[in-house]
Write a protein that binds this ligand. Structure first.
Ligand code: HQG
Length: 180
């Protein structure tokens, strides 16, 4: 399990690997990978440093498996959630008949008119179960869970991707496929 210290470092890692590698002068390749040695050498934030053992522990034990190594553990990336332009090269996958999205009341009227949009990220994030969607929405207040008719979307030609940590990703969910 993650402890308090590794949780704090995981948050910083999410920030660096998804949103702002330049904060520590790190460069990601076009697929979002950072060189592990370079990350360790440059990681110096709020008096926090990191070594390989800690990084390895975090990749393995992070509560949502947010990070992944390549095969020989020389590279690391976030498995989803980016705002910066990276091409994750995920395989398309056939979604479950229904997927779920947790949000909050104040966004509903916009979602009803514009559908679910990526907002600041590279994809719309969807969950396989209501419990997870409830947690995602709960980050912003009282969660409202939307049911996505993903089976029908898929038949209509919309593409879905499954991240390495089992988050369903798509480009947009038009309102007609959402049950409010
Ligand atoms: C909402 C976390 C207005 C949307 C989670 C959401 C997830 C709209 C917010 C991952 C809208 C965007 C992503 C529209 C969508 N008008 N609001 N047309 N379309 N929204 O954080 O899905 O813990 O970018 O409902 O667990 O909340 O960081 O997306 O409330 O997997 O690993 O705009 O982030 O993972 O917020 O969360 P976000 P999200 P981590």
């Amino acid at each position: 399990m993650e402890n308090k210290i590794t949780k704090g470092i995981s948050k910083l890692l999410s920030y660096i690997l998804r949103h702002s590698p330049e904060t520590i002068g790190l460069e990601l390749d076009e697929n979002g990978w950072a060189d592990v040695n370079e990350l360790i050498a440059k990681f110096d934030l709020y008096d926090r440093r990191i070594d390989f053992e800690q990084l390895d522990y975090i990749v393995e034990n992070n509560d949502k498996k947010r990070f992944a190594f390549n095969d020989n553990k020389t590279k690391i990336r976030a498995s989803q959630g980016h705002s910066i332009a990276v091409e994750l090269n995920l395989n398309q996958a056939e979604p479950l008949v229904y997927l779920y999205h947790g949000t909050v009341e104040k966004f509903l009227s916009d979602i009803k008119s514009q559908g679910l949009q990526k907002m600041s990220r590279r994809h719309v994030h969807l969950s396989a179960d209501k419990e997870t969607a409830n947690k995602v929405g709960g980050r912003r207040g009282k969660a409202v869970i939307l049911t996505i008719n993903s089976g029908e979307m898929h038949r209509a030609g919309y593409k879905f991707y499954l991240s390495a940590n089992n988050v369903w990703l798509t480009d947009v969910v038009p309102a007609e496929y959402i049950t409010f």
